[in-house]
Design a protein around this ligand. Structure first.
Ligand SMILES: Cc1cc2nc3c(=O)[nH]c(=O)nc-3n(C[C@H](O)[C@H](O)[C@H](O)COP(=O)(O)O)c2cc1C
Length: 224
């Protein structure tokens, strides 16, 4: 698959088929994604991969506690700046609108929205869940290194016909997840990534998040 096709066919998949993904494939993806650059080659990413019985165990731990949402154990980091300024606020609003419209949940239906939000903690039915964390001493440069690694995972997954969804929502269960994974206290959970084969027919997978035009975020100087 051409890199451009991988980039353009990636989207946040929120419904997966129950078809398993082999450990071999996930290992290959993570190993290749370790080619991601990082300042000073620190490679600050740490991944914990769950599948099968272990993934079910985690789901079962959280399922009876969904009434604690939306904030559950409280985020370990601020997911969005407060207040969120424009144009970012409008972009966030738009993507929420598109997502809930695709599954016919109106704005006023708070319980419907919570139910969909709670699907995050099923990894949207994916057969594999990956948790990414990094050492608490790391700062913004290393957080972005981790982001480069994660994006590499998302794109490499496309080469195997797989889809993904990065999930910051897992920060709201950081205590439970950290305990479950036996994360040493120096590691901070950043996000989960759902990985599997997309349920292409699911309405929630039918829309695409819009992007600003290149003229809105880039300027070009010095070209002939
Ligand atoms: C680090 C990160 C965390 C995210 N967390 C969540 C999440 O918790 N739940 C979710 O449904 N989508 C999550 N997303 C998906 C974004 O909403 C999505 O990337 C954005 O709306 C653009 O859509 P696209 O990925 O389909 O192109 C996350 C994306 C990133 C990069």
């Amino acid at each position: 698959m051409h890199i451009r096709e991988a980039v353009e066919s990636r989207y946040s998949c929120r419904a997966f088929l129950p078809k398993p993904v082999s450990e071999k494939i996930v290992r290959e993806i993570l190993q290749s994604a370790a080619r991601a650059p990082s300042g000073g080659n620190l490679q600050p990413w740490v991944a914990h991969v769950l599948a099968g019985k272990r993934l079910e165990e985690l789901r079962a731990l959280i399922r009876p506690r969904l009434n604690e949402l939306p904030h559950a154990e409280g985020g370990e980091y601020q997911v969005y700046p407060v207040p969120l300024k424009e144009p970012y606020k409008a972009r966030r609003f738009k993507v929420g609108e598109l997502l809930y419209d695709s599954i016919d949940i109106p704005r006023e239906d708070r319980s419907g929205r919570y139910k969909q939000f709670a699907r995050n903690f099923e990894f949207f039915g994916a057969p594999v869940g990956i948790f990414f964390s990094l050492d608490r001493t790391m700062g913004p440069p290393q957080w972005q290194d981790l982001g480069m690694h994660i994006q590499s995972v998302l794109l490499l997954a496309r080469g195997y016909g797989l889809h993904t969804c990065a999930q910051e929502a897992w920060t709201y269960w950081h205590k439970t997840v950290s305990r479950f994974l036996d994360l040493p206290p120096e590691l901070m959970l950043f996000c989960g990534v759902a990985l599997g084969y997309a349920d292409e027919a699911a309405p929630i997978n039918q829309w695409r998040a819009p992007r600003a035009d290149v003229t809105e975020f880039a300027t070009f100087q010095g070209f002939d």
